[in-house]
Design a protein around this ligand. Structure first.
Ligand SMILES: *Cc1c(COP(=O)(O)O)cnc(C)c1O
Length: 434
């Protein structure tokens, strides 16, 4: 399958090129040239299938022409070596728990898939060694570092701002060793992102080393996120609750939501989506008014959604041929402030004993406030509440248990290298690892 750029200037590329390049040379995002509709009898019997089987079917629709079937099946099965359960939280409201992977956030799905796909290209197609550069404010670094840990032919550099990520987050990408190098930058997240961007355009560096990016602009990270929408629907099918399904997606860069829109385009009978924003409400405003005005992000307690210029917006526009009316018919807007998020965490816990994280809380709130009585709502819980321990404990007024998998990271020794925010220092460090 060919991939084209949303800017339509750069030429079409193969899957391998799209994955290795990340962003198209015209700065557009890659899109698959077709989205295959799955047969209706597949949906009729969907309740019979588990997560891995559903994911294999969806993966073949996108990657089947480019990856041998056996290889693709093993990539999918290795990626999804954890459960994604659906649970009832309230009347007609269900949660899809996407945080059971090794770093306790949904980004594990895309990061683990991308790591395995890239490794396939490196090993079997004679691609030279690849260096993955990733700037992180917290969650992305841990998912990417753990996804690529021990993968041959790939080296990962995680750049993070010194003193500006939580202890739990830092432990998840600085204690791994092997092919993962954590660079602790004396600067801000924006400095980290600038260093990565400068590296991609530095001619000398790109002649010497193969560099790629692992954020959600990469098709190999974002497309696999469509797998679990099918799995949510299959679980509802087993409960006889597939009429008028609404999926509420806590949204930042819109990668997760876009993957859901792809699932719908493949024929998955979802009625509509809700994009749940925090105070960073650029997409909320677009849905309401048709006007898109990106701006600097503001800090909230749902910090993984603090995005002022969502990168996957370009993919949504492309998917709908820029038609605001069609986009707004499929996606309803929602926006919540920190106090509303805190109140939701508290009241849901008091009512049902279910503990939300600040991101999932936005998804829940949107259903509680907007769901019609004839609709079944599913919200995506994108991270484990223990990743936001202090915030959550403050809301419910008591201490929470940290899962043992998270504790393990905290017991290991930190191995990070301090580095200035000057590009020449970063470049010298990269060159020294050749
Ligand atoms: C990244 C992230 C989001 C936002 O997802 P997008 O695909 O960027 O919209 C939401 N919640 C959590 C916990 C995240 O880590």
């Amino acid at each position: 399958m060919k991939y084209y750029s949303t800017n339509r200037i750069a030429s079409e590329v193969s899957l391998q090129e799209a994955v290795v390049k990340g962003l198209a040379p015209d700065k557009g995002l890659y899109m698959p040239e077709k989205i295959q509709r799955l047969p209706s009898d597949f949906f009729g019997g969907i309740g019979r299938f588990g997560l891995v089987d559903l994911a294999k079917t969806v993966a073949k629709a996108f990657f089947g022409e480019d990856i041998p079937s056996e290889k693709l099946e093993s990539i999918v099965a290795d990626t999804l070596n954890f459960d994604i359960p659906l649970k009832k939280v309230g009347e007609g409201i269900y949660v899809l728990e996407l945080f059971k992977g090794p770093t306790f956030a949904f980004k594990d799905v895309g990061a683990r898939f991308m790591a395995r796909l890239l490794s396939h290209f490196v090993q079997e197609k004679g691609q030279e060694d690849v260096n993955v550069l990733v700037a992180t404010s917290g969650d992305t670094g841990s998912a990417v570092a753990n996804g690529f840990l021990g993968v041959k032919g790939i080296r990962v550099f995680v750049l993070y701002p010194k003193g500006k990520v939580s202890d739990i987050q830092e432990a998840q990408f600085t204690t791994l060793g092997q092919n993962i190098t954590a660079l602790e930058i004396s600067g801000t997240f924006d400095d980290c992102q600038r260093l990565v961007k400068e590296a991609f355009v530095d001619a000398e560096l790109n002649v010497q080393m193969k560099l790629t990016s692992a954020n959600s602009i990469n098709v190999a990270r974002f497309l696999p996120q469509s797998f679990y929408y099918f799995h949510a629907y299959a679980q509802l099918a087993r409960l006889n609750r597939t009429r008028n399904v609404v999926v509420s997606v806590p949204s930042g860069n819109l990668g997760n939501l876009t993957a859901g829109l792809f699932a719908k385009r493949m024929g998955l009978p979802l009625k509509r989506f809700i994009a749940a924003n925090n105070r960073n409400d650029v997409f909320f405003e677009y849905l309401r008014t048709g006007k898109y005005s990106p701006r600097a992000s503001v800090q909230t307690i749902a910090n993984a959604m603090d995005v002022g210029k969502p990168s996957n917006f370009a993919r949504i526009l492309d998917l709908y041929g820029n038609a605001h009316e069609a986009i707004a018919a499929d996606i309803s807007p929602a926006r919540y402030g920190d106090d509303e998020i805190r109140n939701a965490i508290r009241s849901v816990y008091e009512k049902s004993g279910y503990l939300l994280d600040p991101h999932g809380a936005c998804g829940y709130l949107a259903l509680e406030k907007q769901k019609n009585p004839d609709e079944t709502g599913v919200f995506l819980a994108t991270a484990h509440p223990a990743k936001f321990k202090e915030t959550v404990e403050e809301c419910i007024g008591k201490a929470i248990e940290i899962p043992s998998g998270l504790k393990t990271f905290m017991q290991r020794e930190k191995q990070s290298e301090p580095l200035s925010a000057a590009f020449n220092d970063f470049k010298a460090r990269l060159m020294s690892s050749k």
